[in-house]
Write a protein that binds this ligand. Structure first.
Ligand code: PTJ
Length: 250
């Protein structure tokens, strides 16, 4: 990894690039993951590289939904494994959910490497190496899913997901929580709850929210969910981008 001095004004962003490149070199992340990270970075610039009020609100609702879930599951792909592997393990423990390796550009070797990494960080249950089900309406290996994991879950967290798969999961009747910096993506529009934030900020925020919310009553969680509207969250995210851009040269 290239040594990035902490004093560099773009330290965090450069470090994320290093994590993704290292992920590719170690066989965790796909080459396409580099491009996805670039697109994410561009949107992060537009939102001002901060957690916006709309992202914070969506995160609280997502935490409530995960706590209320009968059977939650968390999807992990090659970018997620490179950027926030320990955070995903912590989140899985906080909400008592399995982690399922779920790859768009699936290879068995990459699925296994990611599962090994998650277990080495203390994950209690990692699925996805031997999928035994298929998500209806999707072709090829992208449809792979596991019983007891994403396939049976009522609430699924899908960070950095493909729009098609998000839509297919919603069609199965699941509540789908997306983490995606692009508020215009199909994933963002199709999901039940979209956290428009960098996964590097969103995951610790989600862990914190789940731990804090778990101290309050399920009635409180239900009322947070009842008041939530994903369309207005996305509209707010776009307005936050516009306001941020307008402030740049004033
Ligand atoms: O490991 P695999 O094979 O499952 O592949 C994973 C990727 C991410 C390559 C694959 O799912 C893919 O191509 O995704 P897309 O369609 O490029 O969508 C990724 C979305 O995540 C885009 O809308 C990006 O803006 C967004 N994104 C990228 N980096 C981040 C991000 N959102 C939050 N935090 C990021 N760091």
């Amino acid at each position: 990894m290239t040594e990035i001095p902490k004093s560099h004004p773009r330290y965090e962003s450069l470090l994320a690039r290093e994590c993704i490149s290292k992920g590719v070199k170690e066989g965790l992340t796909s080459l396409q993951g580099l491009i996805a990270q670039g697109r994410g970075e561009a949107f992060d610039y537009l939102i001002g590289e901060r957690t916006t009020p709309s992202a914070n609100a969506a995160t609280m609702v997502a935490a409530a939904m995960l706590l209320l879930a009968r059977q939650p599951a968390i999807s992990v792909n090659g970018n997620v494994a490179a950027l926030v592997p320990a955070g995903m393990v912590e989140l899985a423990k906080a909400i008592d959910a399995p982690l399922e390796v779920n790859l768009f550009h699936r290879t068995e070797e990459r699925a296994s490497k990611i599962a090994v990494l998650l277990r080495s960080l203390g994950a209690l249950l990692v699925l996805g190496e031997q999928p035994d089900q298929r998500i209806p309406g999707l072709e090829h290996s992208r449809a792979a899913a596991t019983s007891g994991g994403i396939f049976d879950a009522d609430v699924v967290l899908i960070p950095l997901e493909d729009g098609d798969r998000c839509e297919a999961l919603v069609r199965m009747g699941k509540k789908v929580i997306a983490i995606d910096l692009n508020p215009l993506s199909r994933t963002s529009r199709m999901a039940t709850v979209t956290i428009v934030d960098n996964i590097l900020r969103a995951v610790p925020n989600l862990v914190f929210s789940a731990v804090e919310l778990s101290k309050s009553s399920p009635e409180n969680w239900k009322s947070l969910i009842k008041e939530y509207d994903n369309n207005s969250t996305l509209r707010q995210a776009v307005n936050e981008i516009l306001n941020h851009l307008n402030c740049q040269f004033s």
